[in-house]
Design a protein around this ligand. Sequence first.
Ligand SMILES: [Zn+2]
Length: 294
Amino acid sequence: MKNTVGLMALLLSSVAYGHGDMADSGQVFKEVPVTNDIVMLQGKGGNIGLLQGEDGVLLIDDDYKENIGALEKALDKKSAKPRFIINTHWHGDHTGGNEHLGEYASIVAHDNVRSRMASDQEIKFFGMNVPASPKAALPLITFEQSMTLHFNGQTLDVVHYPNGHTDGDSIVIIQPANVVHMGDHFFSGFFPFVDLESGGSVQGMTKNIEAVITKMNKDTKVIPGHGPLSTQKDVKTYHKMLVKTTAIVKRAMDKGKSLEDIKKKGLPSKWKSWGNGFIKEGVWITLVYTSLKG
Ligand SMILES: [Zn+2]
């Protein structure tokens, strides 16, 4: 999501523009340690998971196209080119580095990531037209349900969770590291964007989050699509927010309230701070309402 994540970048600016030397785009990736061999790279787009070890480097997502210079600088510090890239979904803030990094990395994603990237997309919700990606940017290896990669002594289960943030999302579960990369199913501490026009739904996202929580424990390190490194507890709180705010909107709809009425009334004060990200409270209510309308 270009527009929205542009705003997200502003939100994250305090962490994203921390320190270090500047790349061409003016962007610097912040490195957040996750385990000894896994780091989270925070740039302007979605959070990147980076695994490094005896087999080389593997990336989960690769930020915006315009940040490729900055990403390469961050990778140069590791003195290794990525061998594999997993795309959690098709949005440009998670797949922008594909075209360039695909020269040496094999890109893995769900079938629908490739098909959406291969054709023009429109996200009316934000008035965005996204042209088809060049062939070099498309995932070479796609799957329908799940796939497993064995890399650096870790097992990476790349599991498709249907109709959540889009219709092509994967969540990556890394064992024995006990790390989960959630993609945009999880915005830590903020209302999420749900791409209804790409086959996403709030109800599907809620169901998927409920399922993935059972695959975590209290020590699991959780890399969100956007926001700070998190824990199972943070995902549980997020799930509660999804359930409660959806119930509030549904109750109002059942009483015959219009979207305008519901937005005017707003959500209870305990959920207000979730609108401090780039999806404001009114936008979230609209997404829930539209998703419930089907
Ligand atoms: Zn996204």
